[in-house]
Design a protein around this ligand. Structure first.
Ligand SMILES: [Zn+2]
Ligand SMILES: [Zn+2]
Length: 412
């Protein structure tokens, strides 16, 4: 399925990339014979995914939640305590991003083997080596295990819930804005960039976005291509050693939306759906830049920004984020024409296909779930939560972020 697994590549970025070797098995009816692949495994399922597979009960643990199982340390602890009593050799998640993250971190802590059976092409997390988990209400990205095997049953993916298909397309669309932000940051701040992790995915990305409607109509080959692209995107994170290839301003916006819900004990939308919202905002930011849309300079005072952070996350987390914000890179000289040149080719190649893909997955319906002013504040807050340079930092520094947000929400 992916030809560069297990290889070592001397890259033009100056680094040697070791690509993990993962055994990817893709066959129909795998869901019936998962137990054949492992010696004394512990399968982690939830109530939905349990019904998709045929696995021995004594090797199965069902995570339950009246709303939706979340990737929390509490759930990891449940698995770790099970492992004390019985000598399971291997942990296998049967689910999408959340169950995979719980299982991969549990395997890392308990030093067990880890494999996964994805039940939806909804995220790029399957091939990743880190697990974002809620630790006492705060989201932390923790080191975890790369899977030894990824077992894929096309029948199962084709039947995944529609919102998970939409989410998968959202998380894929994000790779375009993530790349734009990376190219921008490379140009403006000198941040290192790698082309290998773009060349391996750029054509597939376009094909998947063009096939958005086919994915939503459950065309098997379109869905398998989406899955393959997710696996490569996750590998790209592992290859580079951080999430830069897969995550820019759009993910920062999605993290704000997720954290806002989580710190209120609520269940957020699926990851890729929040990401679709962030991707649309980021696309519009690039559009306004490339089309010379003028915004009046209007600098939001630091005090007001701090107040937003406190409103969103409480005083303690707000303090941490403010520190991050104050240490963010600032660019000395900004020449808009030069900036436009640096991203023009990439922008022109992907703008229209990205826009139609987002509209086809119903991004407008996603925005309608939120108050416009809340969206504006979430965009502003998103520039303060992580030391990662994006187009929104450029706008912030150029004092047009507020103007952009007002223009953006007026069009919703
Ligand atoms: Zn993502
Ligand atoms: Zn490289």
């Amino acid at each position: 399925m992916i030809d560069f697994l297990g290889k070592t590549i001397e890259c033009r970025c100056g680094r040697i990339h070791s690509i993990p070797s993962i055994d990817i098995v893709c066959e129909n009816n795998l869901s019936e014979r998962l137990a054949d692949f492992f010696e004394n495994p512990l399968f982690i399922v939830d109530e939905n995914t349990f019904s998709l597979v045929n696995i021995p009960e004594e090797n199965t643990f069902i995570l339950k939640d009246p709303n939706r199982v979340m990737a929390t340390m509490e759930n990891v602890r449940k698995i770790l305590s099970l492992l004390k009593d019985k000598d399971y050799r291997h942990i296998v998640s049967i689910g999408s991003g959340t169950l995979t993250d719980i299982a991969r971190y549990s395997a890392f802590i308990s030093k067990k083997g880890f494999s996964c059976f994805p039940t939806a092409p909804s995220v790029d997390a399957y091939t990743s080596s880190v697990a974002p988990l809620l630790v006492e209400g705060v989201k932390k990205t923790l080191d975890a295990k790369i899977p030894e095997k990824i077992l894929i049953d096309p029948e199962v993916l084709v039947n995944s819930p529609t919102d998970l298909l939409r989410a998968g397309l959202g998380d894929i669309a994000a790779k375009v804005t993530a790349r734009l932000d990376w190219v921008l940051s490379n140009f403006l701040t000198g941040e290192d960039i790698c082309n290998f992790v773009w060349d391996d995915i750029k054509d597939l990305l376009k094909e998947v976005m063009k096939d958005t409607k086919k994915v939503l109509q459950r065309d098997q080959s379109a869905i398998m291509k989406l899955m393959k692209t997710q696996l490569i995107s996750g590998l790209n994170i592992t290859i580079v050693g951080n999430s830069r290839p897969a995550s820019g301003a759009e993910h920062l916006i999605s993290h704000v939306l997720e954290m806002y819900q989580e710190c209120r004990g609520k269940v957020p939308l699926f990851h890729g759906l929040q990401v679709a919202i962030g991707t649309y905002v980021t696309l519009k930011a690039y559009e306004s830049l490339m089309q010379d849309i003028q915004f009046a300079k209007d600098k939001l005072p630091l005090e007001e920004k701090k107040k937003l952070l406190v409103d969103f996350f409480g005083i303690q987390i707000a303090d941490e984020f403010q520190k991050i914000y104050l240490h963010k890179k600032r660019v000395e000289k900004i020449n808009i024409e030069d900036i436009k040149k640096s991203i023009e080719t990439l922008y022109l190649q992907y703008h229209s296909v990205l826009q139609s893909s987002l509209l086809d997955i119903g991004v407008e319906e996603l925005f309608s779930k939120y108050d416009k002013n809340f969206i504006k504040n979430a965009i502003i807050v998103s520039t303060m939560i992580r030391d990662r340079y994006t187009v929104l930092d450029l706008f912030d520094q150029y004092e047009i972020l507020n103007g952009f947000c007002n223009w953006f929400i007026e069009q919703l």
